[in-house]
Design a protein around this ligand. Structure first.
Ligand code: MV4
Length: 447
């Protein structure tokens, strides 16, 4: 097992990784930018190294600086966390070339899943359901029209090198297709320097349901249930829950089995998440994230499994500590992402936290590096805390979450806490009848 792990990240996720390391008796190295010198992840780590100025490009994305920090401190492994370098195959390669273990999947698997068209083709070949569409990129309007006629309208045009919804355009009929194609291509060129696009049947009211997966070096592959991440705004998730309130048990079992079989067939190692759209009782694969996710904590609460510990074990060449039969989904969990943003305008609200009072009591978990007097820098994303609540069932979970949100105090900066309190009072949330557009429609209906 590793003696020392360098955590190449910041904020709540760096803390989460530090906690798993100390629970396992592994010492930690924090890296930080000059803007994060006073951050909690730096204070808690056994050692810390400043790797550059505030800009992410020069610090948390600075591969040579991170590698030097690992060499100077003698770290055996690097955990990349989420975002930053976590899905950078080149970084994983360079880490290995330095004789250090990258805690994550192989660079080959990161590359396959990093390209959306290749990912879709790969999993479709392994029997996972995908949305009907063009077989790879389309060359021009004639081909696009032929594909759309074949699969039926409405269709969605997506950028091949896309992600985050950039370069996506809907066409409801043949006379809208030419313009949609041109718009998608020029957005793709502007954003990714590549105007290659592909076409899919457009699902109008799906839910975003993702499956947590794990593989090891011994041919084991397991699924750990799903998370429903449909409550989002501009592709930013606000609240995630598991299990999904609308998924029948037989659908859960079937998609979990298929996804785990795909992980086994790929020889995939470590944690991964397959994102699906779910509509009218059918699943469609969208993409696979080859890293830990922010919302992994929902799965930890309903399975009782420490996912970061498993990542570390698998990277160290050990077997998964559990089998599929050991995985039991127990109760219900909901995670609220608390951002330092205005809850109406969503404008970032960096600055000094005057007071911070976290809720507690049965079923309540807070992952956050916040403390009174802390200055939230303006250089990074605005996630300042995750509130994760567990209950015996969804009703108890919602009651505890409502109580926890009442207790939660963050003074000095604006936060998304008021929006979370509001979501919990919405009838459609209580019944679980929401899709990926629900929150944006709710906000658009405000005077
Ligand atoms: C779709 C879709 C409907 N039909 N594909 C958005 C980002 C990218 N990861 C996939 N996305 C979508 N793909 C088909 N064929 C709707 C979306 C989508 C979406 C997906 C998940 C969560 C939020 C979303 C918000 C808008 C659109």
């Amino acid at each position: 097992m590793f003696q020392k792990i360098l955590i190449a990240n910041r904020g709540e996720i760096a803390l989460r990784i530090h906690r798993a390391c100390h629970d396992m008796g592994i010492s930690t190295v924090a890296v930080h930018s000059t803007a994060d010198a006073d951050a909690m992840h730096v204070r808690l780590a056994d050692e810390s190294v400043c790797i550059g100025p505030p800009s992410s490009r020069d610090s948390y994305l600075n591969m040579p600086a991170i590698l030097s920090a690992a060499e100077i401190t003698g770290a055996d492994a690097i955990h990349p966390g989420v975002g930053f370098l976590s899905e950078n195959a080149r970084f994983a390669e360079v880490v290995a070339e330095h004789g250090i273990t990258f805690i994550g999947p192989s660079p080959e698997h990161m590359r396959i899943m990093g390209d959306k068209v290749t990912a879709k083709q790969t999993v479709a070949g392994l029997n996972l359901p995908v949305v009907r569409g063009s077989d790879g990129a389309v060359s021009g309007e004639d081909e696009a029209l032929a594909v759309a006629k074949e699969i039926g309208y409405p269709v969605l045009i997506k950028a091949s090198s896309g992600g985050g919804g950039k370069g996506m355009k809907v066409a409801h009929s043949a006379d809208q297709l030419g313009e949609a194609l041109q718009l998608a291509q020029s957005e793709a060129r502007a954003n990714f320097g590549d105007d290659s696009v592909y076409i899919e049947r457009y699902l109008e009211k799906p839910r975003h349901i993702e499956i947590q997966l794990f593989g090891d070096n011994f041919g084991n592959a397991v699924h750990l249930g799903e998370r429903d991440c449909s409550i989002q705004r501009r592709h930013q998730k606000l609240l995630e829950e598991g299990p999904s309130p609308v998924l029948p048990q037989d659908h859960r079992a079937a998609i979990g089995k298929l996804a785990a079989e795909t992980v086994r067939a790929l020889g995939y190692r470590g944690a991964g998440t397959m994102e699906f759209l779910y509509e009218n009782g059918e699943f469609f694969f969208m993409e696979m994230n080859t890293r830990l996710q922010v919302e992994h904590s929902v799965t930890e609460e309903i399975t009782g499994i420490d996912l970061v510990r498993e990542q570390i074990r698998v990277a160290a060449g050990e077997k998964l500590s559990f089998t599929q039969d050991d995985v039991r989904i127990s109760g219900h969990a909901i995670e609220c992402r608390i951002n330092a943003e205005n809850s109406v305008t969503f404008m970032p609200s960096p600055g000094i936290v005057k007071s911070f009072h976290a809720p507690g009591g049965p079923g309540v978990r807070i992952d956050s590096g916040l403390y009174g007097g802390y200055r939230i820098p303006s250089n990074y994303d605005s996630l300042i805390a995750k509130l994760i609540v567990h209950g015996a069932d969804r009703t108890e979970c919602i009651a505890r979450l409502r109580r926890a949100l009442e207790e939660f105090v963050v003074d000095g900066v604006d936060t998304t806490l008021p929006l979370h309190r509001r979501i919990l009072d919405e009838p459609a949330f209580i019944t679980g009848e929401y899709d990926i557009h629900w929150l944006e429609q709710l906000l658009a209906s405000d005077p």
